[in-house]
Write a protein that binds this ligand. Structure first.
Ligand SMILES: [Zn+2]
Length: 163
């Protein structure tokens, strides 16, 4: 008889969920492309891990912001990816934490816990960048929503560093 498939071969944590070290490595971009894709695929369907990653990314961005104001920060930092902890503020002043999935000079895709209407204007904050944007699309992704934004201001260039 063949052995049973190892479907319950885990350590007790939910299958597919990210280990704390994985989250940290992901946030600091220490992971390979393959691993990152697997993680992001999981994040789209797992709000719990999303939240953990979002917190980690907030920490990372705060850390980088401090670094960037020191000599250390003068080192050329890979700018390939601006994936990071982010949030948006609606016209009504409601702040929504988000996880940014993809960012370009024209727009961004993020995960958020609430849906927004296409055409709605928001203030989008991604890491140290803040700028006005409008919703291009809103798709349900698990219990969260994947939102596509187009920047409508002077790109994202306003750095919100404290004096
Ligand atoms: Zn998970």
């Amino acid at each position: 008889m063949r052995p049973l498939p190892e479907s319950h071969h885990g350590t007790g944590s939910s299958p597919g969920c990210l280990a704390p070290l994985e989250i940290e490595d992901y946030a600091f971009e220490y992971v390979s492309e393959t691993v990152r894709e697997r993680i992001e695929e999981h994040l789209i369907s797992c709000p719990r891990c999303c939240r953990l990653v979002s917190d980690e990314l907030d920490l990372r961005d705060a850390f980088r912001l401090v670094l960037s104001e020191t000599e250390l920060g003068r080192r050329r930092e890979p700018r390939r990816s601006r994936r990071g902890g982010s949030s948006l503020t609606t016209a009504a002043g409601f702040r929504v934490p988000t996880v940014s999935l993809d960012v370009s000079t024209h727009g961004a895709a993020v995960l958020a816990g609430v849906p927004l209407a296409a055409g709605e204007a928001v203030l989008l904050t991604i890491g140290a960048f803040t700028g006005p944007a409008i919703v291009r699309y809103c798709m349900q992704a698990g219990v969260e929503y994947r939102l596509g934004f187009e920047f409508t201001g002077v790109r994202t260039a306003a750095i919100t560093a404290p004096p």
